[in-house]
Design a protein around this ligand. Sequence first.
Ligand code: ATP
Ligand code: MG
Length: 210
Amino acid sequence: PADARAAGRRSRVGIMGGTFDPIHHGHLVAASEVAAEFDLDEVVFVPTGEPWQKAGREVTEAEHRYLMTVVATASNPRFTVSRVDIDRGGPTFTIDTLHDFKRLRPTADLFFITGADAMAQIMSWKDVEELWTLAHFVSVTRPGYSSEDYGRSHQISLKEIPAMAISSTDCRTRVRAGKPVWYLVPDGVVQYIAKHRLYREESDRSELSQ
Ligand code: ATP
Ligand code: MG
């Protein structure tokens, strides 16, 4: 925002929503690439609230996902983390996230960053039309998912990024199987997962307070 003020223009703010269970280098590369291409002043990572479940599994408690996102983004001065979706509670809907950001950053142009898989989900909702009035969407390529051209170039930009064949699901599976996640997630996140024994058997897990 300071840069934007100095340049006499509206600030440009990216919003990177995700479960971040855990955050990995695919998320970070996507945010970095879009920030460079769209000349963003800031990218805000927004961990989702706690749904009852996601695709039939328990999602790790929000505070762990929030703290891992803080650890992963701390070294980048343009990356920040927002609690809006966590503090709202319940399952997260992008429309609510965007309404909150419009209120919190009334003078910013918003860029909502998604992978090709998440963009396809958004397009399947009813009432998508309101989304375009709140933000510009940037759909980044992701290995294993086809990047669809929705023919809405004013509302959705397609951005090719270096292919990072990493998913949080795979990271969780690897930890549970005792395999390394070094270099798939930032070093501090490897250490956070080990410290709190995340992604182990339920009975094996420590509480955040311990
Ligand atoms: P899970 O396997 O639990 O669904 P995930 O790896 O898909 O985790 P999410 O938190 O669901 O991560 O994704 C947040 C956002 O980041 C989504 O828009 C998703 O499409 C995007 N994303 C995740 N991984 C990548 C990747 N490797 N490359 C590009 N985009 C990605
Ligand atoms: Mg996902």
